[in-house]
Design a protein around this ligand. Structure first.
Ligand code: AMP
Length: 115
């Protein structure tokens, strides 16, 4: 755990969150400033800065587990019309929390533009 990381503190329960999924490897919660009707943030419990570091540092099984879990959360949230997953990496992508996370967005028709 990185003490100065807001998502590590959410995972530890030090900062309240509206959890939607938890298992041994990851945790997911509702985004505090949702950008779609449904907006969930999925994070690995292990602190890695971004997807680039995740690709270097995380076990292949955990990387695959994150993708599978994103799909499970979409089903659980009944995003039957489709959904979008986004992971911002670094300043050009406006990543604001340096703990890798996958945004899961849906529940309504999303913008045709991705950026
Ligand atoms: P990003 O800008 O891609 O790094 O995404 C970080 C996301 O975390 C943003 O969508 C924020 O709204 C969200 N966020 C920040 N703090 C919290 C919090 N305490 N609880 C839930 N979501 C948060």
């Amino acid at each position: 755990m990185a003490n100065d990381c807001i998502f590590c503190r959410i995972i530890a329960g030090e900062i309240p969150s509206a959890g939607v999924w938890e298992d041994d490897c990851c945790y997911a919660f509702r985004d505090i400033a949702p950008q779609a009707k449904t907006h969930v943030v999925l994070v690995p419990r292990q602190h890695v800065r971004d997807i680039a570091e995740a690709g270097e540092a995380l076990d292949d099984r955990l990387l695959a587990h994150m993708i599978r879990t994103a799909g499970k959360i979409a089903r659980q949230e009944k995003l039957d019309g489709g959904f979008r997953v986004i992971t911002n990496c670094g300043p050009d992508a406006c990543q604001s929390v340096p703990h890798w996370h996958i945004h899961i967005l849906g529940g309504e028709k999303l913008s045709e533009k991705m950026a």
